[in-house]
Design a protein around this ligand. Structure first.
Ligand SMILES: Nc1ncnc2c1ncn2[C@@H]1O[C@H](COP(=O)(O)OP(=O)(O)OP(=O)(O)O)[C@@H](O)[C@H]1O
Ligand SMILES: [Mg+2]
Length: 406
């Protein structure tokens, strides 16, 4: 069928025609904002899930919900920036939020206070003054200038929160890829939100990221578990997966034969990204409504080739030979989480020798640790891809590599 009318969205963060199966998370977010707006406390949310399950799409939904509730939204995609960049980025976003909350001509004392604390927060980055927020607001004294990210962020969110409350508005900080925040950054956000919750201010931090975040947050601050819920999103249940596949086509006046849907759900196992990619390939091949089982069969090869050459391949291309061997050895053991010692055994090495490699892969967001001593792929079906892409396990000499890099 016509590619112009293709209703599927197989791209990272692209909002699908139908957002299936995420009502619970949307309701939780709406309730969070409503409670905070009334001066009540509520656990905030950090959504966790594997690659391609729809975390970014859900955060975009949250942005729309927040805007409809007249909250100011600050969006951040964490990317291992140093703390200076992080601070500058936040200061710029907070400045814009304050200006949107109220134009300068109508600033109250609280507005001026929030603005001057933001300036102090930004100035504390760089005492040479080579970076500025470029607004002519003097820095507050004794606030957000401790030179400690957590203390400074706390001051700034309290000041902005008090101003927002005065305006009967709120401020939501949405952070994607939370696992790429440095630990001081994550710790600072948690500590600052701890304070705004105590003060019952309409400020929140909602995040999304890979499954190890709950653990990272717990390591950052022991009270993180009381401040946040960590809802996990995953592949869609059958009825939702069906909706995700069928509804976009229906909106274009195209239906599916039941058998075609069954096969598509079997192939994609309900993973949102896989559904979009298969739907898109089926659309390209099919000749019209209804879409038949044989259309799905015919599209399958193109679908798998597309996943291999993009979704999976980009992850493998970033890996060194030793990292590749590690993932290949894991794949050999199967799709479940694997013990470090078992992976080392398959590679004919000691697990202590491979500790750094495993840590690098976790750091790159390719693996996560569902429980102590275990690692699993963050990408669904990555084990099967590794077996296809690297038919034979080749383990580079760990010792030699070390000598070389000396
Ligand atoms: N609830 C949903 N129903 C149908 N399709 C969805 C849903 N959520 C996401 N998608 C589709 O799935 C794909 C992946 O979504 P998204 O980029 O939000 O995932 P992600 O979890 O952020 O992945 P990553 O960890 O790689 O950033 C996109 O093509 C999107 O259109
Ligand atoms: Mg994402």
């Amino acid at each position: 069928m016509d590619s112009v009318s293709n209703p599927y969205t197989p791209n990272a963060g692209a909002s699908p025609e139908t957002i299936a199966g995420r009502d619970e998370q949307r309701d939780a977010f709406t309730a969070l904002l409503k409670r905070l707006a009334r001066g009540k406390t509520n656990q905030s949310l950090i959504i966790t899930g594997l690659r391609g399950v729809g975390k970014t799409v859900l955060l975009n939904e949250f942005r729309e919900i927040a805007e409809a509730e007249r909250w100011e939204v600050l969006e951040i995609e964490a990317s291992k920036h140093d703390d200076t960049r992080f601070r500058q980025n936040l200061a710029g976003l907070l400045k814009a939020a304050v200006l949107r909350l109220s134009p300068r001509a109508r600033w109250t004392d609280r507005a001026r206070r929030a603005a001057s604390v933001i300036t102090a927060f930004a100035v504390a980055v760089d005492h040479q003054g080579t970076w500025s927020l470029s607004w002519d607001v003097e820095a507050a004294e004794g606030a957000a200038d401790h030179g400690d990210l957590a203390m400074d962020l706390t001051d700034v969110l309290v000041a902005v929160g008090e101003f927002a409350r005065e305006q009967q508005r709120g401020v939501a900080i949405l952070v994607d890829e939370v696992q790429f925040l440095t630990s001081p950054q994550l710790e600072a956000l948690i500590q600052a939100i701890h304070k705004t919750v105590q003060r019952k201010l309409p400020v929140t931090f909602v995040g999304a990221g890979l499954p190890q975040i709950a653990e990272l947050a717990g390591d950052a601050k022991s009270y993180a578990e009381r401040l946040f819920q960590f809802p996990k999103i995953d592949s869609l249940r059958e009825a939702d997966a069906r909706k995700a596949l069928v509804e976009p086509a229906l909106a274009e006046g195209v239906s599916y034969e039941d058998d075609a849907v069954r096969l598509a759900l079997q192939i994609t196992r309900g993973y949102p990204y896989f559904i979009q990619e298969l739907g898109s390939q089926v659309w390209a091949i099919s000749e019209g409504s209804p879409i038949l089982r044989r259309d799905v069969e015919a599209a399958r090869e193109a679908y798998e080739a597309k996943l291999d050459s993009s979704f999976f391949r980009v992850r493998l291309d970033r890996a060194t030979p030793l990292q590749t061997a590690y993932m290949r050895a894991m794949a050999e053991l199967g799709p479940e989480a694997q013990k470090a010692a078992d992976v080392a055994r398959v590679m004919g090495r000691e697990s202590t020798q491979l500790g750094p490699t495993r840590a690098e892969l976790i750091n790159m967001g390719l693996l996560y640790t569902p429980e102590h001593g275990y690692a699993a792929f963050t990408v669904p079906d990555f084990d099967k891809f590794m077996l296809r892409a690297v038919p034979k396990l080749v383990v580079p000499d760990v010792e030699k590599r070390r000598k070389k890099s000396r």
